[in-house]
Design a binder for this molecule. Structure first.
Ligand SMILES: NC(=O)c1ccc[n+]([C@@H]2O[C@H](COP(=O)([O-])OP(=O)(O)OC[C@H]3O[C@@H](n4cnc5c(N)ncnc54)[C@H](OP(=O)(O)O)[C@@H]3O)[C@@H](O)[C@H]2O)c1
Length: 344
């Protein structure tokens, strides 16, 4: 019997050290979470799930919970104005010896109001100072459309190719390990691919059961660009955002969908876990955001079950082309990415 436990123990240890992103759920619960990883076109690894962090209220406690739960890929942006808080939390974890910088995958983005070539070194430098790090793992152009720096009005002169050339220089300088895009459409990505020395490693777009982005995901796969899903749980953050502004619109809720709920019950998982698992099985990286410790832990606990072919077919049938993040205030910009889109 003792020998049997030894063998299991050795197997567990090997399993842990062979995987880059296995971490305990918390100090109290040492059950390991097997966070698989994917490989970027740079050859570097990226965890197959990340932690989304728009907003700053409550972030310090939430980020501590996320790191304890095992998230190592952290998504932010200059635009979220939360990099300083994030930098302080990360520094504390590193100083206390609980984390090494190389264990983390830090992503930030060039803000809409910095969307010009000279904005790239300026805002990346600012992000690095805020995050208290010498480099980020991935730097994205947040949007193909730009805003003026002074008054936030539309800057119709945005030149995405010229911006990309500056992004390449930041990678050459070692200030970011990879570069990528967010909210770009297929035509805009093609323009970058044709005019680049360094190809984009990743595309971050809105993606969930009601907006599955099949054509864009296939195009990115063909071009070795990893897709990250923002708003992977659907409309909830948009509903909360609207409600905070006194706009109580009802949006279709992915997590209340009867098919999603039925599949969740079948696997004894939650609706959120099912839609996040759907992304993982598509090779798409979800970056759910929660400021609630229980839901933070729940959202990463998706590596111990498998959706079967029938589940996948049923989830695929939910695609409805419903976009919650329309960036309508940018609709008149020449690079507005969602012009002419029709909901299915
Ligand atoms: N590139 C871009 O333009 C862009 C745009 C939008 C977002 N993003 C990134 O993507 C991240 C995620 O997107 P998002 O925050 O818009 O949407 P999301 O992650 O799909 O949804 C977040 C909302 O869902 C709730 N929630 C989280 N886990 C849940 C669970 N297990 N069960 C039920 N509800 C749950 C959260 O509330 P609680 O906090 O109460 O749990 C929050 O209201 C952002 O934080 C940001 O990092 C990028």
């Amino acid at each position: 019997m003792a020998q049997c436990f030894n063998i299991i123990g050795i197997a567990v240890v090997l399993f842990v050290i062979n995987n880059d992103f296995i971490r305990p759920l918390s100090a109290a619960d040492t059950k390991p979470v097997n966070i698989s990883s994917l490989t970027l076109n740079t050859g570097k690894k990226i965890p197959s799930i990340g932690y989304g962090t728009s907003g700053v209220n409550g972030l310090e406690a939430a980020l501590n919970s996320a790191l304890e739960a095992g998230y190592r890929y952290i998504d932010t942006s200059t635009y979220y104005r939360n990099e300083k808080v994030m930098g302080n939390v990360i520094k504390k974890w590193i100083t206390e010896g609980k984390l090494r910088r190389e264990d983390l995958f830090l992503l930030t983005k060039l803000p809409f109001f910095g969307n010009r070539p000279e904005g790239v070194p300026k805002y990346l430098k600012q992000s690095l100072e805020n995050l208290q790090t010498d480099y980020v793992d991935l730097y994205l152009i947040h949007s193909p459309a730009g805003l003026k720096e002074n008054d936030g009005g539309l800057d119709s002169t945005t030149d995405i190719v010229a911006i990309w050339k500056e992004m390449e220089k930041q990678m050459d300088a070692g200030l970011t390990k990879a570069i990528g895009l967010s909210n770009f459409n297929k035509t805009q990505i093609e323009r970058i691919l044709k005019n680049s020395r360094i190809k984009p490693s990743s595309l971050q777009v809105e993606l969930h059961a009601y907006l599955q982005q099949n054509e864009l995901v296939d195009f990115c796969k063909e071009n070795n660009i990893l897709v990250t899903a923002y708003a992977p749980l659907g409309s909830r953050s948009m509903t909360a955002y609207n409600a905070n502004r006194g706009n109580n619109v009802t949006l279709p809720d992915v997590l209340e969908n009867p098919i999603v709920k039925r599949i969740a019950a079948k696997h004894s998982k939650t609706a959120a876990q099912v839609v996040l698992r759907f992304d993982i099985q598509r090779g798409v990286i979800p970056i759910p955001r929660s400021y609630n410790t229980e839901r933070i832990r729940q959202n990463i606990d998706i590596f111990d079950f498998e959706l079967d072919d029938k589940d996948i077919e049923e989830l695929k049938s939910l695609d409805a082309g419903i976009r919650f993040f329309k960036f309508s205030e940018m609709a008149k910009h020449p690079e507005y990415p969602f012009r002419g889109e029709v909901q299915k």
